[in-house]
Write a protein that binds this ligand. Structure first.
Ligand code: C2E
Ligand code: CA
Ligand code: CA
Ligand code: CA
Length: 279
């Protein structure tokens, strides 16, 4: 039994070593991803329930590493956050999303908007406001064009500095959406403190059991009621079936997003999507 214990300890250690060196490789490659042009954005439509058209796209980061192959955001975003690389990468995402939106608008989709995900570290970056202002100006994007998706926990980190930054962003016409709503912080205080425009119901409430009319549906309805009474827009993500879409629409969601409508797609396919829908 004693030698068995030693063996499993050794196995555990080499497993941890393997993971650490894999992590290091990811980090090393990620440091060069921007300059090597390995990053791109995919776009997933958000459908406006009132008009049936695409209200905006959510921009989602993709990384095709020459060395490591295609990497998923859930794997490399945490590394980008831990290393601080998310700041320059995030600035690139904002500029690229604005550039692409301006192209679509110029092609006739004049009411289209874009949403970009923002990490905590970016909100602490003194240059964020300037980055966003110059991207909006460069691409001549007016109020409401750009929306930032942040999670509840991100906002609760530092109330005062965030409040100042978000108020300044609001003055630029940038919208603020609370992503993964209902999964994070249990306090709702921040809803009255921050200049929020929208709640985005997390995928975990939308999936499966919601259709059976149980607690998930009750939570969805409560979030919609909360959003309504605060004058906020409410969006649901992760909508995979026609049944889910019908339930969420009836419950009063303003916009829906998910595989039921479209998967995230590269810019050319997203442009095609806009043209085919004649939006
Ligand atoms: P998120 O912001 O909650 O984005 C939604 C995720 O759900 C996306 O995964 C999207 O592809 C996926 N999704 C959309 N519809 C459905 C559906 O119907 N069913 C299912 N099962 N999944 C659906 P993705 O693209 O892998 O991104 C994962 C996460 O990575 C995002 O979650 C976001 O937190 C983060 N992320 C992505 N791009 C960026 C970025 O540019 N900056 C930052 N800071 N984070 C990003
Ligand atoms: Ca998001
Ligand atoms: Ca989300
Ligand atoms: Ca998420």
């Amino acid at each position: 039994a004693k030698s068995e214990g030693r063996n499993s300890a050794r196995f555990f250690t080499s497993d941890m070593n393997a993971r650490a060196s894999e992590r290091l490789r990811l980090e090393t490659e990620l440091r060069h991803a921007l300059e090597r042009g390995e990053l791109s954005l995919h776009f997933q439509p958000r459908i406006d329930m009132a008009s049936g058209t695409t209200a905006r796209f959510e921009a989602l980061l993709r990384w095709r590493s020459a060395e490591l192959g295609e990497q998923l955001p859930d794997r490399f975003i945490p590394v980008a956050e831990e290393t601080g690389l998310i700041v320059p990468i995030g600035a690139w995402v904002i500029e690229e999303a604005c550039r692409q939106l301006a192209l679509w608008r110029a092609a006739g989709h004049t009411a289209l908007g874009i949403s970009v995900n923002l990490s905590a570290l970016q909100l602490r970056d003194a240059e964020l406001l300037g980055t966003i202002a110059s991207s909006l100006r460069r691409h001549q994007l007016g109020p409401g064009s750009l929306e930032l998706e942040v999670t509840e926990s991100v906002l609760m980190e530092q109330v005062e500095p965030h409040l100042r930054l978000l108020t300044a962003l609001r003055e630029l016409g940038v919208r603020l959406s609370i992503d993964d709503f209902g999964t994070g912080y249990s306090s709702l205080n921040y809803l009255s403190q921050f200049p929020i425009d929208e709640l985005k119901i997390d995928r975990s409430f939308v999936r499966g059991r919601m259709l059976e009319g149980g607690r998930d549906l009750a939570i969805v309805r409560a979030i919609i009621g909360l959003a309504r009474s605060l004058g906020l827009k409410v969006v649901a993500e992760g909508v995979e079936t026609a049944g889910e879409a019908a339930t969420l629409r009836t419950a009063g969601c303003d916009e829906l997003q998910g595989f039921h409508y479209a998967r995230p797609m590269p810019a050319d396919a997203a442009g095609q999507w806009l043209r085919e829908a004649r939006q």
